[in-house]
Design a protein around this ligand. Structure first.
Ligand SMILES: *Cc1c(COP(=O)(O)O)cnc(C)c1O
Length: 363
């Protein structure tokens, strides 16, 4: 039942006042303040998607036997809304996130939410909570978190017959405190976040759960993020816990690792498109950790950066591991990472012409 695209709206009787929103905008962090409303759409095997509604933001009640609590049948998305200079608000490539959510759902045996329902849910929420989209020109945005959970009170192990889609939203600043400051990465040599035939290419909570212990090791070694290698041979570079990795070569080539267990980042896809537009050679292929070590040593690889919606582009300073360290040259304004970052955030914030039609107005 996807023809019912009418969202019933129950307004929050106690919305945040301007002072509260200003406080959230002044120092948003990531996931600290949530807007006044949230989207809910239910799904059952018999009725399909139904009962689309926007209600006041708040706790939901789940039976302790709910399948999602036991078997982790859940998928999610991350996407941002931006304030342009003329005051209008826009979301970045929501059709891409809709398609990815459908792929993730398929792998987790959850129902596929139609693209138009997904995009409309984001537009409706941003339109209603518009005051929460941070001002233009501050490198801030409204982060949207759509997700689907199995929502059936049943302990039998099978795909749930009931599911719920929700969207919550929070103002967000930079994921790392200073976007020009390189981050240090820890190379995880033993544990994997995903493997062949597993759920690595799906955006699901379980992949994140699997990355948390290695992430703790990264922190203990003075690093902000962890880099995973392929789980079969332990020699090909996969990605970070929640970000893809991209390399810039001295000859102007841009390379990102290719694997069935990498989550296809929309930020990565967009940056590679911008690089190709600028005449750079772009490659998606297997990259070994040895290629990076040797390339860094000879000066053939001049940059490495982490990419994703939350951080956009984060240059990597050091790659540390048990046995060796790779040090990248200092980041300058002229670095490929910084130039691509400036171009992408320029498009997102409406300051650079959007030749690909990536931005979707929310009204
Ligand atoms: C979400 C995510 C990314 C980044 O994808 P974007 O579409 O750029 O936000 C990268 N890796 C993993 C594991 C992710 O979950």
């Amino acid at each position: 039942m996807t023809d019912n695209i009418n969202f019933a709206i129950e307004r929050n009787p106690n919305p945040a006042d301007a002072a509260k929103i200003a406080e959230a905008h002044a120092n948003p962090g990531f996931g600290n303040y949530f807007t006044d409303h949230m989207v809910i759409i239910d799904w059952t095997r018999e009725a399909g998607w139904h009962d689309a509604r926007i209600v006041p933001y708040g706790p939901i009640s789940l039976n302790p036997a709910n399948a999602v609590l036991h078997y982790g049948q859940e998928v999610f998305e991350g996407i941002k809304a931006y304030r342009h200079a003329d005051g209008t608000t826009h979301i970045f490539r929501p059709d891409e996130n809709a398609a990815r959510l459908q792929c993730s759902s398929k792998r987790l045996a959850l129902p596929a939410l139609p693209t138009e329902l997904f995009v409309e849910s984001l537009r409706q929420l941003v339109a209603l909570d518009e005051a929460w989209v941070p001002p233009h020109g501050e490198d801030k945005s409204l982060y949207l978190r759509p997700f689907i959970i199995a929502n059936e009170d049943f302990l039998g192990v099978r795909a749930a017959q009931r599911a719920t889609y929700m969207v919550i939203a929070c103002p967000a600043g930079g994921y790392f405190s200073d976007p020009t400051q390189p981050v240090n990465i820890w190379l995880e040599a033993e544990l994997a976040r995903a493997g062949r035939g597993g759920t690595g290419a799906a955006k699901c909570g379980g992949n994140y759960a699997a990355s948390l212990l290695p992430q703790e090791t990264a922190y203990a070694n003075g690093c902000e993020q962890v880099l995973f290698l392929d789980s079969c041979e332990g020699k090909y570079i996969e990605e970070l816990g929640g970000m893809n990795i991209v390399f810039a070569y001295r000859d102007g080539t841009i390379v990102t690792p290719e694997s069935d267990s990498i989550l296809a980042s929309i930020t990565n896809k967009s940056l590679l498109q911008l690089a190709a537009d600028a005449g750079m050679r772009v490659e998606r292929r297997k990259v070994t950790i040895d290629e990076w070590r040797e390339g860094a040593a000879t000066g053939d690889i001049v940059e490495a950066f982490a990419v994703g919606t939350a951080a956009v582009v984060a240059p990597i300073g050091l790659l540390k591991s048990q046995d060796f360290t790779i040090e990248n040259p200092p980041v300058t304004e002229d670095s490929v990472a910084m130039r691509l970052r400036a171009q992408l955030t320029g498009i997102q914030n409406g300051d650079v012409v959007d030749t690909h039609g990536w931005m979707v107005a929310t009204k």
